[in-house]
Write a protein that binds this ligand. Structure first.
Ligand code: AMP
Length: 212
């Protein structure tokens, strides 16, 4: 089975996608993670990420296409996180899926209001091992240190407040039209992102388990 997870910055897409993909044996495809890995070697991508701007559609679409060429990903099913982010990307994805006869079961939209999302993002601290914390909502046992591996916690460069506001503006302008796009194809599933992490996980799990 194949799903898309959609939502504004701070909705908890990354955490949920990782956990959901693990539970249902799907491959988690996060375009944000792919670009963060590439950031070290690609100056253009690095600048766009740090400014909260989108990478051009063509680059993203080609990157995702390469992953969808892999047989094991198609066999296991996939969960797209952070893609598509524009109507153009969604249209291109539809073409690729159609040409490969791949069905998309649904688009999970995690809904969170702006102020709540900003609060979540600005307090977020991460570790190179992949663990994620929040200064007040989920603090590590020892200040600035990862509970899992002892690594030094840091803030993503695009989690600084001014960049977060820009990422939101980009979401409103370029990504939100996707809601209407997927509403038309009757594949959109609303998830209440204001609930805690476990509840959101339960909502998504139940939708997938019931084949919605
Ligand atoms: P994310 O981790 O999904 O918030 O993505 C982090 C950053 O990666 C975004 O702010 C963009 O700069 C870039 N990015 C990720 N996915 C896409 C996409 N589908 N289209 C364009 N840029 C993207």
């Amino acid at each position: 089975m194949n799903y898309i997870i959609l939502g504004p910055p701070g909705a908890g897409k990354g955490t949920q996608a990782k956990n959901i993909a693990g539970k249902f044996g799907m491959v988690h495809l996060s375009t944000g993670d792919m670009f963060r890995e590439e950031k070290e070697s690609d100056e253009v991508v690095s600048k766009l990420l740090s400014a909260g701007q989108l990478v051009p559609d063509e680059i993203v679409v080609n990157m995702v296409k390469k992953h969808l060429e892999k047989d094991d990903i198609i066999k296991k099913g996939f969960l797209l996180d952070g893609f598509p982010r524009t109507v153009k990307q969604a249209e291109e994805l539809d073409v690729v899926l159609k040409s490969k006869n791949i069905k998309m079961e649904g688009v999970l939209l995690i809904d969170v209001p702006f102020e709540e999302a900003v609060k979540r993002i600005v307090g977020r601290r991460i570790c190179v091992c992949g663990a994620s914390y929040h200064m007040t909502l989920l603090p590590p046992k020892e200040d600035g240190k990862c509970d899992r591996c002892g690594g030094k916690l840091f803030q993503r460069s695009d989690d600084k407040e001014n960049v977060v506001r820009e990422r939101f503006a980009v979401y409103e302008r370029q990504t939100k039209p996707l809601i209407e796009y997927y509403e038309k194809s009757d594949t959109l599933i609303y998830i209440n992102g204001l609930k805690d992490e476990k509840d959101v996980f339960a909502q998504i799990s139940s939708c997938i388990a019931n084949g919605l």
